[in-house]
Design a binder for this molecule. Structure first.
Ligand SMILES: Cc1cc2nc3c(=O)[nH]c(=O)nc-3n(C[C@H](O)[C@H](O)[C@H](O)COP(=O)(O)OP(=O)(O)OC[C@H]3O[C@@H](n4cnc5c(N)ncnc54)[C@H](O)[C@@H]3O)c2cc1C
Length: 379
């Protein structure tokens, strides 16, 4: 297959897809609107399916080196009582917490030099039976045989191709941050999530003595008050949560915190549009309650690479259709599970919270095991 492919977006999806395609001998050009590689970021949890995908792309060992492995996830109530402990020893690999900038750097370094052009914001695209043309804000036009759009949850390409499939906005928003852990590294810093009527607070130790944390707070999309939160506001909100949560917040520098609204695409998933394929959040934004968005982006890249290799007699347009068929069911199911978990986890009625916590405490382990197994397997 002598194909030229344009990729839009140098996030986890775009970079990993570029690695996969180049491994199959395909000529790739990647365009990113940012001025250079990202310089800010927090943490990301990678489940075994992500490590499977990274192994297929030939870089799993590099990510394991910079990640911190976990074999257990603990859930606490806001007063510090342990609700459940979920060991991962039945999974094919550990869970890894990684600094996003480390992951992006590893992906970036595997892409062939000269592939990525920064400062290139696409504004429109067109396709016909001969190929795809993409136009950029600076007036440049690029022609290729195929185009992969990995331009994130707000994808302009998806919005144009699927105007009737709007994003679904969650009724909570999320602050994330990175700070350093106290020495010696002690077991107050385990992979954990704490739930209470005021929201959720997750702690994920990273490999280099840092702590990645996230805080989900009930609030509407674009709610200015929460979006403007600083360390002090978060401390007031989560100040009564058990140790070490207030301390972790207090130690975080304002420049190491980011705020995100939360949304997904609940239905009408479609990834393949003739010579165009959507990947990552552009194709399937998912709420972060399963920690699977980036994992699914990596799965996209590895599955696409595998299909191109196995069906080398097919056109890429035909492979895109196979890709969609293979990926749709898992994406739909995970999107729905993540949405439901988010809603229940953000209950603010203290009675409902107590009942939920009891339910989790006494639910049979096979329930969460099934969920994690499904997530971790790539069919
Ligand atoms: C609070 C929170 C916590 C999360 N935690 C986890 C987790 O623990 N584990 C996990 O697996 N996932 C997690 N996720 C999800 C994960 O962050 C995303 O799924 C993942 O980053 C998506 O990567 P992407 O490459 O598809 O999109 P993005 O990272 O959004 O990248 C899109 C790229 O496209 C570029 N772009 C956009 N428009 C244009 C344009 N017009 N022209 C050129 N370039 C353009 C952007 O600049 C950007 O670089 C979390 C998400 C949130 C919000």
């Amino acid at each position: 297959m002598a194909n030229r492919v344009v990729i839009i977006g140098s996030g986890i999806a775009g970079l990993s897809a570029a690695i996969g395609l180049q491994a199959q001998g395909i000529e790739v050009k990647l365009f990113e609107k940012g001025k250079g590689p990202r310089t800010a970021g927090v943490g990301v949890n990678l489940a075994p399916n992500a490590l499977w995908a990274l192994d297929r792309l030939g870089i799993g060992h590099l990510v394991r080196q910079v990640g911190k492995a976990f074999n257990e996830f603990i859930i606490y109530s806001d007063n510090g009582k342990q609700i459940s402990s979920q060991p991962f020893d039945f999974l094919p690999d550990s869970m890894y917490a990684v600094h996003r900038l480390d992951l992006l750097r590893i992906l970036h370094d595997q892409v062939k030099p000269g592939t990525i052009q920064y400062g290139m914001e696409y504004t429109s695209f067109e396709q016909n039976e001969n190929g795809v043309s993409v136009s950029f804000a600076d007036g440049t036009q690029v022609h290729a045989d195929y185009a992969l759009f990995a331009d994130g949850a707000g994808s302009d390409c998806r919005t144009k191709l699927r105007p009737s499939a709007p994003l679904r906005v969650a009724k909570y928003t999320c602050w994330q941050g990175v700070t350093s852990a106290d020495e010696p590294f002690d077991n107050r810093y385990l992979l954990s999530e704490t739930m209470g009527p005021k929201g959720r607070f997750g702690i994920c130790p990273l490999a280099n003595g840092q702590i990645y944390w996230y805080a989900c707070i009930n609030g509407t999309y674009n709610e200015e008050q929460i979006a403007k939160f600083g360390v002090q506001d978060l401390l007031e909100h989560f100040g009564e949560f058990h140790a070490p949560i207030p301390e972790v917040i207090r130690k975080t520098m304002p420049q190491d915190m980011v705020h995100n609204d939360i949304f997904d695409l609940p239905a009408k998933h479609k990834f393949a549009f003739n010579r165009i394929l959507l990947l990552g959040d552009a194709a399937h934004p998912i709420t972060p309650n399963l920690g699977q968005g980036a994992c699914q982006a990596l799965e996209d890249a590895a599955v696409l690479m595998h299909l191109i290799k196995c069906y080398s007699d097919m056109t890429l347009e035909e492979v895109f259709v196979l890709f969609e068929k293979k990926r749709l069911m898992k994406i739909k199911l995970l999107t729905q599970i993540a949405w439901s978990i988010g809603n229940v986890s953000q209950w603010s009625n203290p009675l409902f919270c107590t009942l939920r916590n009891l339910g989790m405490q006494y639910s049979p382990p096979f329930l969460y095991k099934q969920q994690f197994k499904y997530m971790s397997e790539v069919r």
